[in-house]
Design a protein around this ligand. Structure first.
Ligand code: UDP
Ligand code: MG
Length: 334
């Protein structure tokens, strides 16, 4: 192996005063052991992103940085922007100074011993390594059920996510640079990273209980997160409307036939046949038309996101990859 590379760990923190010192000391130990084994460069850092905390979080981060600037850095966001934005803020701030990034929650629920394997996979040539929970023994039944339903529902709704993978992941500098070209405001990193592509793999770990403090993801926030994930990644709900409209129109033909039989067999009240036929037909047509409008809305939605249309991983030519990468970026293309 050549020179060890620079790792930046990005840790979003929102009201995490109870856990920060413990998280910092465990990460410091981890970094020391990784540096000893020349897996990471001594220039590596842990970056805590304070996401507008109302408690002492930022003061603790400042103290950690002043005591051990060789391990800890801090980013202070001007206001609470939410978990996904805090992670992105950290990643985008470090993308030019690191070779490798790992994002992880502050509460030590993700096993930091998985970092070794993540790095191993990175040095084997993977650009993205997903941390995947192998078991949820410590989660309550309710958390386990809602979380697992979340992944299944996302998949059914057409958003491609890695099952049981949250935001514990390694990304190379190259991937971060491509991520920077995704300009969308409704962030759902779990859906965006698989879209980028490149060689990736997963490492498995057991999820622990929150070390201290409370979850900042109550059911209400989790539902909002799921809805954001689906509506940011899939137009399937719109397609479902078209399909339903089509089905209703077919059913209206059945209603027609039934109404005619009833009329001519003589067991229909006067006016019933025409009423039942129009209800079904108009209902079906309306849904169908809504679905067509939905298809256009879906296209507009894809356009306004201005996602890169393609990402070139390699270009075998003495000119190198630089100039062709620009072509993938919509914004530079105008
Ligand atoms: N978090 C954040 N901003 C928020 C909410 C949460 O930066 O508005 C951070 C939080 O400090 C933690 C991570 O996101 O590091 C995940 O939150 P939490 O552990 O509460 O979620 P859970 O693991 O219960 O799903
Ligand atoms: Mg947590």
């Amino acid at each position: 192996m050549s020179e060890p590379e620079i790792l930046y760990m990005v840790i979003p923190c929102y009201n995490e005063q109870e856990v920060l010192n413990e998280t910092a000391s465990r990460l410091k130990e981890k970094f020391l052991s990784l540096q000893e084994r020349s897996l990471i460069s001594p220039l590596s850092r842990v970056v805590f992103v304070n996401d507008g905390s109302k408690d002492d979080t930022w003061n603790i981060i400042k103290k950690l940085h002043s005591e051990h600037p060789e391990f800890f850095s801090g980013i202070d966001l001007a206001h609470n922007s939410g978990h996904q934005n805090a992670v992105l803020a950290g990643l985008m701030t470090v993308k030019d100074i690191c070779d490798i990034s790992i994002s992880m929650d502050a509460d030590l629920q993700d096993d930091i011993n998985a970092i070794d394997e993540m790095l191993e996979k990175y040095y084997e040539g993977n650009q993205v390594v997903y941390g995947v929970r192998s078991a949820r023994k410590t989660d309550t039944f309710f958390k386990k059920f809602t979380a697992e339903s979340f992944y299944k529902f996302m998949k059914a709704m057409g958003a491609d996510v890695v099952y049981n993978h949250a935001d514990y992941r390694l990304m190379s500098k190259r991937v971060l640079q491509e991520l920077a070209n995704f300009k969308e405001v409704n962030l759902f990193l779990r859906g965006m990273v698989p879209l980028i592509g490149f060689k990736s793999c997963s490492v498995y770990y057991e999820r622990h209980e929150r070390f201290a403090g409370e979850s900042k993801y109550p059911l209400k926030k989790m539902l909002a997160f799921a809805i954001n994930g689906i509506t940011s990644f899939s137009t399937k709900p719109l397609k479902l409307i078209t399909e339903l409209g089509f089905l209703m129109s077919i059913l209206s033909i059945c209603a027609f036939i039934w109404a005619f039989i009833a009329k001519f067999a003589g067991f229909a009240e006067i006016g019933w046949s025409s009423t039942i036929c129009s209800i079904w037909l108009i209902g079906g047509l309306q849904l169908f038309c809504l679905g067509i409008i939905g298809e256009y809305v879906g296209k507009i939605y894809a356009e306004v996101k201005q996602r890169p249309r393609f990402i070139v991983a390699d270009f075998l030519n003495e000119l190198g990859t630089e100039f062709i990468n620009d072509a993938g970026d919509n914004n530079k293309n105008k």
